[in-house]
Design a protein around this ligand. Structure first.
Ligand SMILES: [Zn+2]
Ligand SMILES: [Zn+2]
Length: 89
């Protein structure tokens, strides 16, 4: 079992990483369709979804949403600056 946080290879039946202490056990049931998963199944054999670190994925999405919002704000400010500059020529 390879740790998803630090990539340390642990014994196959390890539940926690020997190096960083992160839980490396995979989800037992698919997060999407609730199919029972085997230990070595990272992707669900029924719906194809990846069953690792759902919480981390959600926080990454929130981070990406924050960056997207920031870009939109910057573009809006830039466009209003251009409009302001053009009107004052
Ligand atoms: Zn680790
Ligand atoms: Zn599934």
């Amino acid at each position: 079992m390879k740790c998803k946080r630090c990539d340390t290879v642990n014994e196959h039946d390890s539940i926690f990483c020997k190096k960083c202490g992160k839980k490396i056990e995979l989800n037992t049931y698919c997060v999407k369709c609730n199919k029972k998963l085997n230990d070595d199944e990272i992707f669900c054999t029924q719906c194809g979804i990846e069953n690792v670190e759902v919480i981390d994925l959600e926080s990454n999405n929130k981070k990406n949403a924050g960056v997207a919002l920031l870009i939109i704000v910057v573009i809006t400010l830039f466009l209003s600056f251009i409009t302001f500059a053009v009107n004052n020529i």
